[in-house]
Design a protein around this ligand. Sequence first.
Ligand SMILES: Cc1cc2nc3c(=O)[nH]c(=O)nc-3n(C[C@H](O)[C@H](O)[C@H](O)COP(=O)(O)OP(=O)(O)OC[C@H]3O[C@@H](n4cnc5c(N)ncnc54)[C@H](O)[C@@H]3O)c2cc1C
Length: 611
Amino acid sequence: MTMANLRNSLSSLSLKELTSPSKHTLIVFPFRSQIMSSTSRNSNPDQLCLHKMVHQVPGLDSKETNSIVEQIFDKYTSKNVKRNGKGIAIVWFRNDLRVLDNEALYKAWISSEMVLPVYCVDPRLFNATYNFGFPKTGALRAQFLMECLADLRKNLMNRGLNLLIQHGEPEEIIPSLAKSFGAHTVDQVYAQKETCSEELNVERLVRKGLQQVVLSVQSKDSSRICPKLQLIWGTTLYHLDDIPFSPSTIPDAVEAKCTVRGCIRVPTSLGPAPGVGDWGCVPSTEQLGLQSQKASLYVSRGMKFMGGESAAVGRAHEYFWKKARLNSHHFPTYARSIMQLLILNVTSDIDSYIHLQDLLRVYKETRNGMLGPDYSTKFSPWLASGSLSPRYIYEEVKRYERERHANDSTYWVLFELIWRDYFRFISVKYGNSIFHLGGPRKLEYKWSQDQKLFESWRDGCTGYPLIDANMKELSATGFMSNRGRQIVCSFLVRDMGIDWRMGAEWFETLLLDYDPCSNYGNWTYGAGVGNDPREDRYFSIPKQAQTYDPEGEYVAYWLPELQALPKERRNFPGKSYIEQVVPLKHGKMNSQTSQNTPLNGRRNNFRVNRR
Ligand SMILES: Cc1cc2nc3c(=O)[nH]c(=O)nc-3n(C[C@H](O)[C@H](O)[C@H](O)COP(=O)(O)OP(=O)(O)OC[C@H]3O[C@@H](n4cnc5c(N)ncnc54)[C@H](O)[C@@H]3O)c2cc1C
């Protein structure tokens, strides 16, 4: 649809039509692939716009994604990078599944004549969680990971390389590759440094395995030379070496005063690729032993994330530069939703017709939302798999500030990334205590492990719509908003008194963006055993519902049985919904209740230095 057509279509729509649409109104504008099925079966306007949609994230088609990726790769390519090493260097890909701004890949390339990129599909990733035996990687994250691998392979191939995919433990595979590729040529293995115990253990074993591989090149003093594991810091916005304290002395309240390093430029070609007979296949979910979870792979509602660096770059493009949001709070909900649908694919020309705002420009106001793909960046799944570099996000935010607008919202995206960094550095400081019941503060509370209560939380059957809707979203999509995560965490630990690690491990199973530092860091924080000095971080459900879902749109989306209720009752359905499994610790589930609970003050100790 051209801009002119769209403008004509818009001007022919009266507000009345928007608020009481005929079937025809929707069918006139069928340009979102997100509308999954016929709108005609549904007569309720709210149902029309909410219940028939799966949002693919990013919402770009493959042609557009490819063209953006090409532009960005061009921008981050340098013809001046020279290599000056000898032999083959192995790049052992871990949670850094990207080509752009990947220091391990870059260092391997400049210090060798040939790079062998490898990913080990480690069966331990698909075992069980540590304490409670939940699947360690749920089907949706497994699928996301496989999409990341396929895309990484594609992007490496576009640069003259490939990705060797092997099934097994890295401590077996990496040394054996070093051996079979000729002990005289492989002298370095490059990988991204991790910080938590399971990953550190694998690093230790790989290093040990490499010590058994003897290079045929002799040192001057005839001592044995083995291939070395070079671990490169690469997950955070701020480089570990640049923060103004050692991780072990990182203060619990931090003012960050350091600069962000620039993204690394990639050479035009990463080839030549070493001769490998069989590069291996990206495994299917069956091959990963996840047949029993296959049904959960079908996302029929909510957000469907696409794995891989290309999708990540596409999402950054769409969030920063392409999508806009209608700024018209006075519009009725349905009108707003229809207008949102209309504007998703159009340029800023439409600003002259209605007031649109870039998503980044209003991030700070929208970031506590729960419904739809655009209230927050949704970068986390790609950040966790390393398909997206936080430094790339930083550079794009800075570019946006130069080219369009700088405000609190642009600053706040970076602020959130620094939270991510913070939990990473905290994992170095506190080690395994972030996984322990007493947390870094070694606090002793009496926790319950009541299975029935836990299952009601896990399955979204607590009788509290806000909890149930969030838990259903998590199971159906592998994602939950930050607001939702804080609410369900508070409910599990404060209202139910359940061992917080059960919640953390369930998140570990399901989250597409699962990252041990952010997950366990946030859970210890929410459970009051983290390094947060404020003890009782209680989130009152009535207050949260009134503030963040006043019209019950979110709960009605995930709990269709509530759609028939008046909007103000959807979060407070009383007997019209299932029975509540526990009473609330503070306050009653009455829509008139005004809670006086400590909701604010989060993060007031932690500030980023604005430069
Ligand atoms: C109990 C609990 C568990 C969590 N588990 C994880 C997890 O396993 N992995 C994960 O990436 N995030 C986790 N978070 C943090 C946060 O909820 C998600 O990062 C965020 O919701 C992702 O959505 P977004 O990318 O749209 O975030 P945005 O609001 O757009 O923020 C941008 C980026 O900042 C980072 N960020 C934002 N908030 C936090 C935070 N509180 N802690 C750390 N980083 C943050 C993320 O990388 C995010 O992508 C958890 C939060 C809670 C309360």
